[in-house]
Design a protein around this ligand. Structure first.
Ligand code: 5SP
Length: 221
């Protein structure tokens, strides 16, 4: 099953509620929420207050991608604001087990994010403790960047490890996803795809979303 998670980073913030409702009606599976602190990444987006404001507008799972330092300090806020998944960067988490346990303690599903250059080996020790692995196919901080295809073999590598261990972990891809780049990622074993500009920059968001999803489904059929 291919899931599409539109990234609201690419939405029109002056009408964020409508933008969320529009992608839900278009067939979105999750809503992807990019939180940036201006330290771990060179950009600032929004925090738990904004997420809290849009939480009543949809029942779709909120997939919160923390691109921040000191994530432990903010996890409770995002959990209380209605996160279903919280992912933290392995590169920004010196005490990864503790952070994962903290996320789970609030009833939220924990996940780990890898930057494009970070090897899969970095997360092997915590694989049995997480629900989601997010592979960045751009360097985090901005929407609209070019897909880095050298990440695809890492997706294949992790997918095999998950299969061999009999684990149930979603593999998500984020950065430069469109109806073409989804194909190698889906074939490599990913099942959740973040798309920002490929959906929100299009006049017909529903058509754009469905085209990406169909390309992913065809790739694995
Ligand atoms: O986390 C990030 C960027 O740091 C992503 O979620 C982007 O927002 C995806 O945008 P597109 O590459 O799809 O435009």
């Amino acid at each position: 099953m291919i899931k599409i998670a539109p990234s609201i980073l690419a939405a029109d913030f002056s009408k964020l509620g409508e933008e969320v409702r529009e992608v839900e009606a278009a067939g979105a599976d999750w809503i992807h929420i990019d939180v940036m602190d201006g330290h771990f990444v060179p950009n600032i987006s929004f925090g738990a207050v904004v997420m809290d404001a849009i939480r009543p507008l949809t029942n779709l799972p909120f997939d919160v991608h923390l691109m921040i330092e000191n994530a432990d300090r903010y996890i409770e806020d995002f959990a209380k604001a209605g996160a279903d998944y919280i992912t933290v960067h392995v590169e920004a988490s010196p005490h990864l087990h503790r952070t994962i346990q903290l996320i789970r303690s609030f009833g939220v599903k924990p996940g780990v994010v890898l930057n494009p250059h970070t090897p899969v080996e970095a997360i092997l020790p915590i694989l049995e403790d997480i629900d989601l692995v997010l592979f960045m196919t751009v360097n985090p901080g901005f929407g609209g960047q070019k897909f880095i295809d050298s990440v695809v073999p890492k997706v294949e590598q992790l997918s095999k490890i998950i299969r061999d261990k009999g684990l149930s972990i979603d593999i998500e891809i984020d950065g430069g996803i469109n109806e073409e780049t989804i194909i190698p990622c889906a074939k490599a074993g990913a099942n959740v795809f973040v798309a920002g500009s490929a959906i929100y920059s299009k006049p017909d968001r529903a058509a754009a979303l469905q085209k990406i999803k169909k390309a992913g489904e065809e790739a694995i059929s």
